[in-house]
Design a protein. Structure first.
Length: 241
């Protein structure tokens, strides 16, 4: 069953030409998904009771018609393809005229907040979400991004307290912000990018220093975010028109 919500963007949510930023789009999607989880009894307000919290492993977002400042948006989301360890959540975003603006899919797992381990998605949890078989992309899974062998630009960042979320790690939308900082200036100036993919590999925690390495593959812009000391990959971000 699809959960529906209406949102409106503010001044901080827009970039050039008063178009909403990709970071804003991720925030909108995540917030509406959070509302759905609150309704199902597995949201942020339920963590103390349930002992579990949703963590994100992948995003795939396609902007068809980028919304503008102050535009009222209708967002619908639903869970699909529940497995033992993960599930997908899809989205459609429409403007006030009923035009389709954004489609997105995401992959989630439930984490035991004390043991910090993935827990099994039971039938009880699945039934709380009343899954829908609908998929916004023809391919029902999110494909992997090929890691470049060479990079042409690098940006370093040390995680501060403002970056930490309810799960005690860097909030997932900030990975996209880091990726934008790693882009060469001419690539950054050519935004917005209407296709975004993010694969989260390892959580980034308070005080960690990460390096964000950029490479171009065909028409795609790839940023690999890694721990500076261990070189272990934290996330891979892919942007293209």
């Amino acid at each position: 069953m699809k959960f529906k919500s209406t949102v409106k963007t503010g001044l901080k949510d827009i970039g050039k030409n008063c178009l909403i930023k990709n970071e804003t789009i991720l925030e909108i999607l995540e917030n509406v998904g959070g509302e759905h989880s609150n309704q199902a009894g597995y949201g942020a307000l339920d963590i103390e009771r349930t002992g579990v919290s949703w963590i994100l492993s992948d995003w795939q977002v396609k902007i068809i018609k980028r919304p503008v400042y102050s535009e009222e948006l209708k967002v619908e989301t639903w869970g699909r393809d529940f497995q033992k360890a993960f599930t997908y959540r899809d989205y459609r975003v429409l403007n006030s005229k009923g035009e389709l603006c954004i489609i997105a899919t995401s992959k989630w797992a439930l984490m035991d907040v004390n043991k910090r381990k993935i827990v099994r998605l039971t039938d009880e949890i699945k039934n709380k979400y009343n899954p829908d078989d609908d998929s916004v992309f023809e391919e029902r899974t999110i494909s992997k991004t090929e890691i470049p062998s060479e990079f042409t630009n690098e940006y370093e960042y040390t995680v501060g307290r403002k970056d930490i979320d309810v799960n005690n790690h860097m909030h997932n939308t900030y990975y996209l912000t880091l990726a934008f900082e790693a882009l060469p200036q001419d690539v950054y100036d050519n935004r917005p990018y209407d296709n975004v993919k993010i694969s989260y590999k390892k959580e980034i925690q308070l005080g960690d220093t990460v390096k964000c390495e950029y490479a171009k593959q065909d028409e795609k812009h790839i940023v690999v975010i890694s721990d500076k000391e261990t070189n272990k990959i934290n996330a891979i971000v892919e942007l293209y028109k």
